[in-house]
Every structure is written in structure tokens, then in C-alpha cells.
Design a binder for this molecule. Structure first.
Ligand SMILES: Cc1cc2nc3c(=O)[nH]c(=O)nc-3n(C[C@H](O)[C@H](O)[C@H](O)COP(=O)(O)OP(=O)(O)OC[C@H]3O[C@@H](n4cnc5c(N)ncnc54)[C@H](O)[C@@H]3O)c2cc1C
Length: 428
């Protein structure tokens, strides 16, 4: 693979080694920059570790859906339902929820759909050369995904199918018998299935992050495990104040490292750094859970339940049941009963689900902005700062294209797609 060298190599720090940060780092290093990737917890150990592994290119609609409103009160009453918001979070994050609801207006929804389509349409193709460089092509499989229905009237399912098709998403409506040719384990209570033949999945999202980071390092990048406490930006210099952990977890004295440019890809924990730099970022931790059935894989591709709002994906380690939305503080204690509830839901849609072992549970914080669009942007007031955060439910899907776009912004090149919908200016 030929490295596309830029004419003016720069010394660039990428803060955050989740799927977004590692993609930014790799794209920049491949263009000949000297990249330093910095993370306080490790590579791919935050939200990017336990996601559902679904390259969900079909998801081109905003999360804020007016059709959701009538169902919301019932969902909220059930503490283990698909959406949970504590009264404390509701109060604290009221401005976020108001903005979220505001984005249900048809004009906003149209704008968001257009922007998400542009990001998603070739999202899988952006990954392919990177996986080749990293030698992990096997970590992306395109076998499609299924969306199952149990109680939704057929007319509504057909209307959903048409909505996807109307936005250029390839879809097939199937009977249960047809769907069972793809996935024999589907249960009798499923009435119909929408098949998305062009979407993909990975069998190990964390391994994917590590492989992309390793490829970046193999091309000359450095990795530092450290907490970025502060960022000091002057014309032509980006100073990063870090504190490293030693082997027994003691923090070192803060030290300042200087770079030419800086990319922040700090996920759900971005608010304080952005605030220090003078940028408003209405980011909300939208926490999700998974429960893993080790050593069992009943299905070949991701299967989502439209009514139960969860997904199951075959992973290298077994079957991963993932989903639920819990609006809460990043560091509030996890409620692993939400992960257990995924098993009960999975029993309802597939046969022969293995006994639930005392299986590993996981919780991660989706970095969610109220308009369902990420920030992929130059910083308004700092010429040497670039921002790649807020990919909510789609960070894995949009990782590679985000890295490419950030590398184009850094090099002041024309971008592959219009990035104006992702500009930080919209919140400032
Ligand atoms: C249950 C669940 C299922 C999901 N399923 C899918 C799916 O199937 N498909 C999909 O596309 N997306 C999915 N997602 C969403 C996806 O996982 C996220 O959008 C994505 O992981 C976000 O990546 P990120 O790099 O922005 O954040 P993260 O992975 O959270 O990485 C941010 C990193 O920044 C570091 N950091 C933050 N602040 C600092 C600091 N001051 N100093 C140093 N380091 C710092 C953190 O330590 C962290 O490692 C799912 C999410 C959940 C919760």
C-alpha cells in the first residue's frame, strides 16, 4: 500500500484512541504527518470496545423521531425498557432534551438525513484500504443485517421499507420463511423481516481499534497513555498538558508536550476540554449495555428487533446482545439489570439461545449530540485545532470516513463530502 505523503509534514497529536481517534491518527500518519496518539485509558477500551459491531450504513435517520413520542411515556415507566432517563438527568440535561425534541421538526430531520446519508453511503468502502494496511480484512464482513418485526402491522412495515428505499438504502421485505433461509434460528412470533443486504459487521470492535492503531504505529506514529489535563493553543503551537500513569497507577507530574496541530477525538468525555477551549459542545452520555453469550453463535449476521430495540451480533467470542439507551452521567454507577434484560429479549426472537452464563456485562457511553450529527470540524477560533466527536450510535460505522475528512481538513484540502453540517459552529 502506497503512503500518500503530504508536502508539509506536521507534528500532530490525536487525543482519544477510540474508533474515531485511531482512524484520524491512521489517516494523518498515512499522509506523512508525525502523529502522536494519546489516551488516558488505553486503545479501544471505552465506548468503542463493547459496541454491537454493526456497520450500520442504513441508519440515515435522526434519532429524534416524532413517531417515538406517543410510545415514550410507556417506555420510560419501565425501568428496564429500551429508554431510561432518571429525573435527575432529565433536569440536569433539560437543554439537551429540548434541542433533541426540536430536531424532530421536518426541516431539521431532512437536513440530518441528508448529512447522515453522505457519511454512510460509502462508509464501508473507506474502511477497506485501512483494513488491508492493518492486515485485518477479516474484521469486516458484509453479509447484511436483519430487522425483525413481531407486532407491527404489515402496512407500517411496508412503509418503513419504502422510507429506507426512498433514501437509496437497499432493502428487501421478507416473510419469516424467507428470512429463515438466512437465519434458521428466528422464532415463530416474528411476522416479517427487513433485510439490508449491503451492511456489514465486525466480529471484534476492540481488536479492530487496536489493529488500526498498531498500523499507525508501524507507519511511525507514537502512542502515549496519559490523561490530557489541558490544551494550550497559540498561533502555530498546540501544547498538550498530560499526566501519565505509572505501572501501579500513580499519576506523574503534569508535563507539557508541544505539537503543531491537535485533533480532539475524546468521545463522551469531551465537554470539559471543549469548555476550557471556549467551545460549547452539548454532548450527552447515552449509555448502552451488552451481555455476551460466550462460545455460542446462533446467527451469521446482526439481527435487530424493531419493537424490542436491541441488536444481536455474532462476535469472535460468541453472541453479543447489545443496545438500550440510558441517559445518565458518564460516571454514574452502571445498572447491569439493563444488560440482563437483553437476554430476555433475545429469548423472544431466536430459538435455542444458550443458557445465560454469569457472562461478562459491559456498559459504554455513546457520545451523543442533540441533532444526531457528529462534529467533524475545524475549530472556529483556533487554526491548529480539529474536532471529531459526537458519533452517537454510529461511531464504528463512520470511523474511517471521519478520519479521512479530518485529514483533509488538517491539510486544507477539499473534503470528499460537504462537512458544513458537522461544523462546531452550529453550537457556538
Ligand atoms: C451498546 C452500544 C452499541 C453500539 N453499537 C454500535 C454499532 O453497532 N455500530 C456503530 O457504528 N456504533 C455503535 N455504537 C456507538 C459507537 O460505539 C460509538 O459511537 C463509538 O465507540 C464512539 O467512538 P469514540 O472514539 O468517539 O469514543 P470512545 O470509544 O469513547 O473513545 C474516546 C477516547 O477518548 C479518551 N479520552 C477522553 N478524554 C480524554 C483525555 N482528557 N485525555 C486522554 N484521553 C481521553 C477516552 O479514554 C476514550 O478512550 C454503539 C454504542 C453502544 C454503547
Amino acid at each position: 500500500m502506497v503512503v500518500n505523503t503530504t508536502s508539509t509534514p506536521q507534528n500532530i497529536a490525536v487525543v482519544g484512541a477510540g474508533i474515531i481517534g485511531v482512524n484520524c491518527a491512521l489517516a494523518l500518519q498515512l499522509k506523512g504527518h508525525q502523529v502522536t496518539l494519546i489516551d488516558k485509558t488505553g486503545i479501544g477500551v471505552a465506548c468503542s470496545k463493547g459496541n454491537a459491531g454493526h456497520f450500520a450504513t442504513e441508519q440515515v435517520f435522526p434519532l429524534a423521531q416524532a413517531s417515538m413520542l406517543p410510545k415514550l411515556p410507556r417506555m420510560l415507566v419501565d425501568p428496564l425498557g429500551p429508554i431510561a432517563i432518571s429525573p435527575k438527568t432529565m433536569f440536569k440535561s433539560l437543554p439537551w432534551f429540548i434541542q433533541f425534541l426540536n430536531n424532530m421538526r421536518p426541516k431539521s430531520a431532512k437536513h440530518v438525513t441528508k448529512a447522515l446519508k453522505a457519511l454512510n453511503v460509502n462508509a464501508i468502502d473507506y474502511y477497506r484500504p485501512l483494513l488491508e494496511i492493518a492486515g485485518v480484512e477479516h474484521l469486516l464482513t458484509v453479509q447484511g443485517s436483519l430487522l425483525t418485526f413481531e407486532s407491527t402491522p404489515l402496512a407500517d412495515i411496508k412503509s418503513t421499507q419504502q422510507t429506507f428505499a426512498g433514501h437509496g438504502v437497499k432493502v428487501d421485505l421478507m416473510t419469516l420463511a424467507q428470512a429463515r433461509e438466512l437465519e434458521p434460528a428466528l422464532k415463530d412470533n416474528i411476522t416479517n423481516v427487513i433485510f439490508f443486504p449491503e451492511v456489514g459487521h465486525t466480529i471484534d470492535p476492540q481488536k479492530l481499534c487496536i489493529a488500526l492503531a498498531q498500523a499507525t504505529i508501524n507507519h511511525g506514529a507514537k502512542y502515549i497513555q496519559a490523561d490530557v489535563l489541558d490544551v494550550q493553543l497559540d498561533d502555530g503551537c498546540a501544547g498538550v498538558v498530560v499526566s501519565r500513569n505509572d505501572a501501579i497507577g500513580n499519576k506523574s507530574r503534569a508535563e507539557r508536550i508541544s505539537f503543531d496541530k491537535l485533533v480532539l477525538a475524546t468521545g463522551a468525555a469531551s465537554k470539559s476540554l471543549f469548555k476550557k477551549l471556549g467551545y460549547k459542545l452539548p454532548i450527552q452520555a447515552e449509555r448502552g449495555y451488552h451481555c455476551a453469550l460466550t462460545h455460542h453463535s446462533l446467527v451469521k449476521r446482526p439481527i435487530t428487533s424493531a419493537e424490542r430495540k436491541f441488536i444481536m451480533t455474532p462476535m469472535a467470542s460468541g453472541l453479543r446482545l447489545a443496545g438500550t439507551v440510558e441517559y445518565a452521567d458518564i460516571d454514574a454507577p452502571a445498572n447491569y439489570k439493563r444488560a440482563d434484560s437483553l437476554y430476555i429479549n433475545a429469548q423472544a426472537i431466536v430459538e435455542n439461545l444458550p443458557e445465560k452464563q454469569s457472562s461478562p456485562h459491559w456498559m459504554g457511553c455513546r457520545p451523543s449530540l442533540p441533532d444526531s450529527l457528529p462534529v467533524i470540524s475545524r475549530a472556529t477560533h483556533h487554526s491548529n485545532l480539529f474536532l471529531a466527536v459526537g458519533h452517537h450510535h454510529l461511531g464504528l460505522t463512520q470511523g474511517a470516513i471521519t478520519g479521512k475528512l479530518i485529514s483533509q481538513l488538517v491539510d486544507n484540502e477539499p473534503t470528499d463530502i460537504d462537512v458544513s453540517p458537522f461544523d462546531i459552529k452550529r453550537f457556538n
